[in-house]
Design a protein around this ligand. Sequence first.
Ligand code: PMP
Length: 386
Amino acid sequence: MTKPINKTVVDLEPSGIRRFFNIANDIPNVLSLGVGEPDFNTPWKASMAGINSIKNGQTFYTANAGMIELRRAIHDYLEARFQLDYHPETEIIVTIGASEAIDLACRTLITPGDEVLCLDPSYVSYAPTISMAGGVPVPVPLRSEFDFAIQPEDIEALVTEKTKAIILNYPNNPTGAIITPEQTKRIVEVIKKHDLYVITDEIYSELWYSASPYLSIAAAKDMKERTIYINGFAKAFSMTGWRLGYVCAPDWITEQMLKIHQYVIMAAPTAAQYAGIVALNECMNEVEMMREDYNKRRHFLMKEFSRIGLGCFEPKGAFYCFPDVRPFEMSSEQFAMDLLDAEKLAVVPGSAFGDQGEGFLRISYAYSIRQLEKAIERLERFIITL
Ligand code: PMP
């Protein structure tokens, strides 16, 4: 063939995490703290609901926007947990994970050429998803001196006439950062001033260890009208493989998103939707139990990092730490490669998440304390050699 295929796609870099793990996976006895995936089983009641739905022959398409029982459960959950009020009939679409929700949000808001602000460092899919929708990703630097909470001045400095939206993600992957209600209120002012849309990916909202109350930007005063809210079952309910998430927005936006979802996806998997209803209605104790366990691991890592001389700000959300390796005077990629070579311990170089991630490592604590203990032993031995 001589005709070129889509240049935007050809120009996308494959995910830096995958590249690194393709190397790590080939090494025998490697211990990995790299994957951002819960290590718990899906709550059994939720799994049973999925299994029973198949046994009962409920193996057909649902409504495009998802089963109304599930949308009602999502409504009740969001209202009770985060003071969000989205109408189950018109303002909620059930998606194939938060991933599809991010894509729907980008494709619905972006007209080719629009600029979209996204965090740097950030979860790896935002910038490519913006590009694939014809937009231009504009990274907003997150600074370690502010514990990676986004600052209004940094947004202000990058807004142009072409800026359409900003994608936020707190609690944050890869840093584990949160933003407090006070910080949220400060960025809301800039967002309103420049009339921006907000896409807020709150997939880690159940993993919050701060005494500060949780304020979703979608629940901040007058923000619902300009916000697309994204959440899902993967992290809170340990359901990554079920591929279930949801997107909420004012009805005039969901009406447009639903067209894309209808043509491209049709509907989220039916068995997963049955599992999702039971997860929301009956499995909050399990969510609490998992949160407590992650919190113990978080404390363990913070204590051990300080003992072995690895600087790290205290992450108050998600299940990631983002220790600072700049004092070792090597790139984060070099640090991660040497650590893998010397100790067979895999962590992700911060540079995989954007330029501002350089000098840091992402360490996931979605691993048992036993694995974390072994990892710390290896990390300590490695640091001593530097
Ligand atoms: N957003 C963030 C910030 C994530 O970390 C992930 C998964 N690593 C996703 C979205 C994707 O979630 P899902 O599995 O629901 O598509």
